[in-house]
Each structure stands twice: as C-alpha cells, then as structure tokens.
Design a protein around this ligand. Structure first.
Ligand code: ADP
Ligand code: MG
Length: 191
C-alpha cells in the first residue's frame, strides 16, 4: 500500500464513522458516557483539512496529531499517540513485513499510554490480538477483527470509564474495541 492508497483508506473512515456513529454511541452509552460515536466522527472529520500526504511518515504523523487534538475523551490521546508512533516506523510502501512492524508499534503504544493489558475490555484487546495474528502469519480481515471486538463482550472492564460499571460492564462490546476494528481494517489494506 502506498501513501495515496492509505490516505484514501483513512479518508474513507470519515464515512465509516458517520455510518457507525449510532452504534458506537449505543455501546458507549451502555458502559460509558455515550460520547464515543461523536468523538470518532469529530476526529476523522478533521482529517481532510489537516493531513499531510507528502510521505507515508507525514501522513501517519499528521493523522495522529489531528486525531489527538480532535477526538477527545480517553480514546483520542490513545489513537493519536499510536499513529504518531507508527509514523516513526513506517516505510514508503506498507508491505506485509512493514504491516507487522506497524501493528506491533500500535499495540505497544496503547499498552504504554493506556497502561493496559489484554482482557481489560478495551481497544487494546483488538489491536493486541491483531498484532499477535500478524506475527503468526495469520490472515487479517474485517471479520477476524470483528471477532476480536466480540470477545470483549463477556468480560468485565478494568480500565477506563467502563470499569466503574464493574460486573455490569459484561454483556456489551467495548466501544473502543469496536472503533479499532474500523481503524485496523483501513491499515491492513486489501489482504
Ligand atoms: P471516554 O472514556 O473518556 O468517554 P471515549 O468514549 O472516546 O472516551 O473512549 C472510550 C474507549 O477508550 C473505551 O471503550 C476503551 O476502549 C478506551 N480506553 C479507555 N481507557 C483506556 C486505557 N487505559 N487503555 C486502553 N484503552 C482505553
Ligand atoms: Mg465515552
């Protein structure tokens, strides 16, 4: 995937998040404060005016900076920081090998920023599993990513706002896990 293709996939996320805004709002209403849908739409809507597509590195960095200052909430700094970190390891063309490096960096960035581990019912569950699968040479696609988000449904949240719901957080997919399905699906390209 070259910079033009990734730019297009990132800009397509504006439509994806508008389409999924209600779903993310509902998920966050169940175990949070109901703003995740509006947060993600606001963040991605800021991309067209703010991204720099002069190189793959600039594209990822400017995306990170834009998301960091426009999504808000707990998820904004996490996604923003992750893109800035991915910019530092991106190559001009994202091939299978570079994708593995990017996913590893994405997972490490969230773990570091969120002080989070697997099975705490967050976006990290999806990103970490995608990273592990890529390392094992498994094929990633939308359905596989969604299956990782679905796994957050039956566990109790121990990080972020959802952790206040304790056992009541069970039975709902984590909103950040759901939004990370769309972001990762854009990054993995047409595998
Ligand atoms: P807020 O919780 O401030 O309202 P959002 O609703 O935009 O922010 O984002 C909530 C999502 O952020 C959660 O569903 C979860 O996936 C993610 N999240 C929150 N805290 C953490 C954390 N410490 N580590 C990883 N992800 C987190
Ligand atoms: Mg929220």
């Amino acid at each position: 995937m070259n910079v033009t293709e990734l730019k297009q996939r990132l800009l397509n996320l504006v439509d994806v998040f508008e389409e999924k805004e209600n779903l993310l709002t509902e998920l966050d209403r169940a175990i949070g404060d109901g703003d995740h849908g509006v947060n993600m739409v606001r963040g991605f809507k800021a991309l067209p005016d703010n991204i720099d597509d002069s190189s793959m590195q600039s594209l990822l960095k400017s995306t990170g900076m834009t998301l960091m200052s426009n999504i808000g909430g707990a998820s904004g700094p996490l996604y923003g920081f992750s893109f800035v970190k991915m910019a530092q390891v991106a190559e001009d063309e994202i091939d299978q090998d570079n994708l593995k490096v990017l996913l590893n960096t994405f997972a490490e960035a969230i773990a570091q920023r969120g002080k989070v581990e697997l099975n705490e019912k967050t976006m990290y569950d999806v990103v970490a599993r995608a990273n592990e699968a890529a390392k094992e040479g498994e094929t990633l696609n939308y359905d596989v990513l969604q299956s990782y988000a679905d796994l957050t449904k039956d566990i109790e949240a121990t990080k972020g706002r959802a952790s206040y719901f304790k056992a009541d957080s069970k039975g709902h997919i984590d909103p950040g896990a759901q939004s990370s399905v769309y972001i990762l699906n854009a990054l993995i390209g047409d595998e």
